[in-house]
Ligand binder design. Sequence first.
Ligand code: MN
Length: 164
Amino acid sequence: MKHLVTCMFLSLSAVLSFGAGLACAAEEGRAQSIIRNGEQASVRGSEQFFTGSVRIDPLYMADNDMRSSGGSVTFEPGARSHWHIHPVGQALIVTAGVGLTQEWGKPVQEIRPGDVVICPVGVKHWHGAAPNSSMTHISICEEKEPGKVVEWLEKVTDEQYNAR
Ligand code: MN
């Protein structure tokens, strides 16, 4: 009985604190938002930063409350990013196809759906599709300063791309 009362008390306080949290959020004018699939236009990856055909489907932007932004990036076979560095790191979640990634000075590695690649702060790397398969990954980056999630470097040469 004592246990039951304790449980009830805990549940009640959980409900009360959750309610208080909601009231607090409402006071500050915040609300959950749902960005519907198809609301945000796809963008073609610029030749300045990518080799081959790349499509970026924005998922969400950083704002005052959240420092991360997310996008889904689809690389056609053979397409890849240029070498680059993330000032606050990056997480990649592969969602389709077969891809490749490489850290400067290390071997090219194959990545597949469900794999999560962590690109730490300041580590030079690239990512893209395998030669005969497209690849889609979700990319999550944090901004160091508004809009700054990547520092672009040189192209990945065919020799570097094919060195497997
Ligand atoms: Mn990256």
